[in-house]
Write a protein that binds this ligand. Structure first.
Ligand code: GDG
Length: 517
């Protein structure tokens, strides 16, 4: 679809992370794909256009002469991992930036993840302003911008908070190009944003775009409020457009989603079934006990500690639930170069050990902690077998885990609302769908609540009570809620998001400014 809409205009996508990473496996460069639906979806879009994707080359073998001597590689890679999509397959150029380690430390682990990430998630405490961070962020953004310009783009699509300055740099060199950015995390209120020492500079960088997109109207409104307050020469009009530097910058809201069919197929795959049976064997999970599931990158914003506190409170106040369920926590280590993240891993482990020590018995371990490196199908196996999933982010732009859990519950339920007298096609799914407990501070809550049980993760007693409610929910109510959740997840799926982005990228539809201010 994007190919037709672009005509002969060339597209360049710019993101921090790359869609294919080359690592050495047994001494040979091997292409790996980072897990996750977003990269897959974007990959398909760029492949359709035959364009260019600029990203930091983070893999050990990314610049191996056999792979990409000059940093450019045709993707998707062939089965040997060595580039060169053949003429019959759609493909594009992955243009990798070879960033020095010190620059990555200061720009990525530093400014992006210790300044911008916490500020966007309204977390003041982890903000660390090292004087080396901001210059590195400028330098890295310049390099991304230069590489994008070298690809001679008509349309540039920037992803996320690592690249707030790059649009301005590109605009200086390609005044006529169409530049669009999607910001995948929340945008804070002006009162919070003002703690950022480079706030105005970041806003001017983003105003290099023609359009800036967010998951929710209120994030877009916060962005416009920040522009109105911190960029004196910009004007935010009543319709929500921003006049700046002789141009108009639109803001728009477009909630990202998942591919429900793909997730549901993953959940039914053999790999999912095998992984689940390995997990049940390894941890001796009793099929009579309910499974409560948490799946998170180990990031303080995801509220894993708050969840464990709620579970501990639940067991303290409702002793009759002891032995009735097992909480399975899948944790993925992330940003290990940052001390606060390493401390968080330790805290999660300690909290789990305490909880198991206080409440476990000879034949029951309340919390099982999995740190395996698992692919999307194995992950879908966990989703599918959970009787309840808990997403308790302190703050989260959207949260795809919540949507994937819903999609993995199978769709639609043919006997929704009925007792299970009608045999389901799929015998492994012959149980009521899982329930979703969802923090009200995630973007996904806007469409998934009240069908999902909403919690304030800071309210430990209320949170514990909601987990109990999720565990005890009767079957008709589970069906009813899941039907509604699945309808929401299908309606705002990844295709809907992509097609909205394509409209903005091609300028076919003016980005819609939110009307709530
Ligand atoms: C940012 C925003 C926004 C997790 N563990 C495993 C695994 N995952 C995958 C999930 C999901 C993805 O990682 C996590 O996505 P989230 O949306 O939950 O969170 P962030 O990574 O923080 O993403 C967020 C998103 O951007 C998109 O705009 O929703 O708010 O923070 O897809 O499946 N995948 C596999 N194994 C794991 O152990 N294979």
């Amino acid at each position: 679809m994007i190919d037709d809409a672009l005509g002969d205009r060339s597209l360049v996508v710019v993101s921090n992370r790359e869609p294919y990473v080359h690592e050495y496996a047994d001494g040979e460069p091997t292409a790996e794909r980072p897990a996750g639906g977003l990269v897959t979806a974007l990959d398909g879009v760029v492949a359709e256009t035959g364009g260019t994707w600029v990203a930091w080359g983070s893999g050990d073998a990314d610049f191996d002469p056999a792979v990409a001597p000059d940093g450019e590689v045709d993707v998707p890679p062939d089965s040997n991992g060595a580039g060169a999509a053949d003429a019959d397959r759609p493909g594009y150029t992955l243009s990798r930036l070879d960033l020095p380690r010190r620059l990555v430390e200061n720009y990525y682990y530093g400014y992006s993840n210790q300044v911008l990430w916490p500020i966007c998630h309204l977390e003041a405490d982890p903000v660390t302003v090292d004087p080396a961070f901001a210059p590195a962020y400028r330098e890295a953004n310049r390099r991304f911008a230069e590489r994008a310009v070298e690809a001679d783009p008509d349309v540039v699509w920037f992803q996320d908070y690592h690249l707030a300055l790059a649009p301005r740099y590109v605009r200086e060199q390609r005044p006529g190009a169409r530049l669009v950015q999607f910001w995948h995390v929340p945008w804070p209120t002006p009162d919070f944003f003002e703690i950022c020492p480079q706030g105005t500079e970041l806003l001017r960088g983003l105003l290099g775009n023609d359009a800036v997109g967010f998951h929710l109207d209120r994030y877009a409104a916060n962005f416009r409020d920040c522009v109105a307050r911190f960029v004196p020469d910009a004007e935010v009009t009543a319709s929500g457009a921003i006049r700046y530097d002789g141009r108009t910058v639109e803001t728009y809201a477009s909630p990202i989603g998942v591919d429900p069919e793909r997730v549901a197929a993953n959940a039914r795959s053999d790999a999912a079934t095998h992984y689940w049976s390995r997990v049940t064997d390894r941890y001796d999970l009793d099929p009579e006990r309910s499974i409560v599931l948490g799946v998170d990158r180990l990031d303080y914003t995801k509220g894993v500690i708050e969840r464990l506190d709620a579970l501990a409170h639940l067991l303290e106040t409702t002793p009759e639930l002891a032995g009735e369920f097992t909480y399975v926590q899948k944790g993925t280590r992330t940003r290990e170069g940052i001390p606060a993240y390493r401390r968080y891993y330790d805290e999660v482990r300690d909290r789990i050990a305490d909880l198991n020590g206080a409440h476990g018995t000879a034949d029951w371990t309340p919390v099982v902690y999995i740190e395996d490196d698992i692919d999307d199908r194995e992950l879908a196996g966990l989703y599918r077998h959970a009787d309840a999933a808990v997403v308790s982010s302190r703050r989260d732009g959207m949260n795809l885990v919540a949507k994937e859990f819903v999609a993995a519950q199978g769709q639609p339920f043919p006997n929704a609302g009925l007792a299970q007298s009608t045999p389901l096609e799929d015998p492994a799914r012959e149980r009521a769908p899982g329930t979703l407990v969802l923090s009200r501070f995630v973007g996904a809550a806007e469409s998934l609540c009240p069908a999902a049980l909403s919690v304030n993760p800071y309210d430990v007693a209320g949170f514990a009570e909601t987990i109990r409610e999720a565990l005890e929910m009767n079957e008709p109510e589970r069906h009813e809620r899941m039907e509604s959740l699945q309808a929401s997840v299908r309606e705002a799926d990844i295709d809907a998001w992509l097609s909205a982005q394509v409209d903005v990228l091609t300028g076919e539809e003016q980005a819609v400014a939110a009307d709530d201010d």
